[in-house]
Design a protein around this ligand. Sequence first.
Ligand code: PLP
Length: 451
Amino acid sequence: RTITNHMPTAELQALDAAHHMHPFTTNAQLGKKGARIITRAKGVFLTDSDGHEIIDGMAGLWCVNVGYGRDSMAEAAARQIRELPYYNTFFQTSHVPAIALAARIAELAPGDLNHVFFASSGSEANETNIRLVRHYWALKGQPERSVIISRMNGYHGSGMGSASLGGMVSMHEQGNLPIPGIVHIGQPHWYAEGGDMTPEEFGLKRARELEEKILEIGADRVGAFIAEPVQGAGGVIIAPDSYWPEIQRIVDKYGILLIADEVITGFGRTGNWFGSQTLNIMPHIMTIAKGLSSGYAPIGGSVVCDEVAAVIGSDEFNHGYTYSGHPVAAAIALENLRIMEEEGVVEHVRDVAHPHLAERWHALGDHPLVGETKLIGMMGSLALTPEKGSRARFAADAGTAGYITRERCFANNVIMRHVYDRMIISPPLVMTTDEIDILIDRATLALDEAY
Ligand code: PLP
């Protein structure tokens, strides 16, 4: 039996619930309502199996930066499949798509981040980073420098190592995480945790937790600190301005490697090619994925500075994935970066979309259900509050308010995500000002209905 887009939604949902195991979903959720089934997409709009046209405020999962339905991406994929659908990059072999993509990323990346170790996802790239950092210090004659510090509520992926780097308690509770040698410090989330401090005082306090942790563990045992320039899945938490300069001072002082996880913030999201540029951070390693290919193919990687790459390359790094530098994924990523350059997508974020989105997004701060609005480039969040004018959170179950609001978004044909009591947007970067108006108008309706 052939299962197609033309089948009734209920039948597709029943088959989906019977056979398809979904990430971050319970059987009960699927049994009760069924998944919303997306059948096609063009530009910034999705179409579901009932024919609704939905504006995508999340770019899929923060990844479809150039929007959906790009013919030239399909052509790049087809060309590459015909020419060389697969070859590996192990044991002294290479191919043109991997070479060209690594060289292009090196051009775009800041400083001397000139070397790329490819993976198929952000999770895989962060698994690479853990082994790479530990092997680097071992090669430098300091194998005891194996501890990696990360942050509560950070998200770095779903592998054993990458979920350990992440600071999601609900993930640590499953599968005996974190793995040894990974420790967490607090997040710079002033709205939820800043108490009576000013944001700047709180930013400094949270940054100095890194120094305290280094001294507690012993500076000669710490190999790296990893963080997202802006915490994404944790709720689009933008650190106070005092935070990153202090973090940079501390990693420089103790000579530990700084890993910027740019899986969301990379490729234009914050109005520069990388979030590190927007926030003036200089990492030794960047994790990339998602926007690298605008989600058209699974590809990610670790972008590594000259010194670390030279040390790692001085020995055989016993690490690699069958699909490291996959030629079709690399060809798609190259076409994506070509589109971004040709159309000036990063400039569009900075000069067109962001100012307009910021105006409309921050105006939602007047809504009686909204406690604060935050936005950097084209990623934003708002906090839902039961008590306007305070930083109060919903007492019973913070997630319920977000869940209800997300449902109302769905009903109004706009995709927004919720993290506990924060509502999030991360739309395709090519969204026009008219489309931003549609997004915010529908979001406003959803908030009105949830209130
Ligand atoms: N790092 C960050 C900052 C992410 O947001 C994500 C995914 O959301 C990952 C890593 C994991 O990437 P993937 O889902 O491609 O494995």
